[in-house]
Design a protein around this ligand. Structure first.
Ligand SMILES: NC(=O)c1ccc[n+]([C@@H]2O[C@H](COP(=O)([O-])OP(=O)(O)OC[C@H]3O[C@@H](n4cnc5c(N)ncnc54)[C@H](OP(=O)(O)O)[C@@H]3O)[C@@H](O)[C@H]2O)c1
Length: 222
């Protein structure tokens, strides 16, 4: 059954990259933006990248309109916009599965972690959105790889959360991306480790001029 997936801040590379992969899996995608016109332009870009490949519907809208009809919502804004964006959408996100992919990072002569009082961006989202089903996922997938619809991603998606059913839905979604395995990474309190792996990856990417991801060795699901 296809999902309707809204990407809040979906005009950025990570949002468009995930949109590309979810559309390839046949889902209906709405690219959200602070400005409806930018959301629509983001949808046009995603559709151009998909070319003649079979895909689900892709459209754009302002963030509030985008989330209204969605059953899955992915948060892909910079960490500096995380709290205000979620507070502004709190009522609209009630009852929905909210996937937080935000990495608390600043760039100051290289990537540096931002201290989050709640422990992680995902836990912060859960605190701001008590009526939503918050799951952490997709932090470690490089936008550059996602944006190439023919690239085999070949990486794991580490999924954290307190709601087992919501987590299963997100793991199933992640598993639809070519070459991705979803791994249950545990409860929300482990989100900080998953988020901060990305800071390590950004540093490695810079040194090796690569777009790296993570693989968990030793699982018989792989
Ligand atoms: N890039 C990657 O490879 C990657 C990988 C894993 C995780 N992530 C995480 O995914 C998130 C998105 O990454 P990105 O590289 O796509 O980010 P980005 O391009 O910097 O931002 C994404 C979108 O967020 C919106 N935005 C920017 N400032 C905002 C503000 N003050 N208030 C509300 N919305 C704002 C903008 O959309 P509008 O102007 O259209 O509203 C922008 O296009 C980040 O948290 C990042 O840590 C990124």
């Amino acid at each position: 059954m296809p999902h309707t997936i809204a990407l809040v801040g979906g005009t950025g590379p990570e949002g468009r990259g995930l949109a590309t992969r979810f559309a390839l899996a046949g889902h209906r995608i709405v690219i959200g933006s602070r400005e409806a016109a930018r959301g629509e332009a983001g949808a046009v870009e995603v559709l151009a990248g998909l070319g003649a490949r079979a895909h689900g519907e892709v459209s754009g809208a302002d963030n509030a309109t985008a989330v209204a009809d969605a059953d899955l919502v992915v948060i892909v804004v910079p960490y500096t916009a995380h709290r205000a964006t979620l507070e502004g959408l709190r009522d609209a996100l009630a009852g929905k599965i909210v996937i937080d992919a935000v990495v608390p990072v600043v760039f100051d002569r290289g990537p540096r972690p931002v201290e989050v009082a709640d422990g992680s961006a995902t836990e912060e989202a859960a605190a701001i959105l008590p009526a939503s089903r918050v799951v952490g996922a997709f932090h470690n997938l490089s936008a550059e790889v996602l944006l190439d619809p023919d690239a085999e991603v070949g990486a794991d998606v580490l999924v954290t959360g307190a709601d087992a059913e919501a987590k299963q839905a997100v793991m199933a979604l992640a598993g639809e991306i070519a070459g991705v395995h979803a791994v249950d990474a545990g409860p929300l309190r482990f989100s900080r480790f998953v988020e901060q792996i990305t800071i390590l990856l950004i540093g490695i990417n810079g040194r090796y001029k690569a777009h790296t991801g993570v693989r968990i060795a030793g699982l018989d699901t792989h």
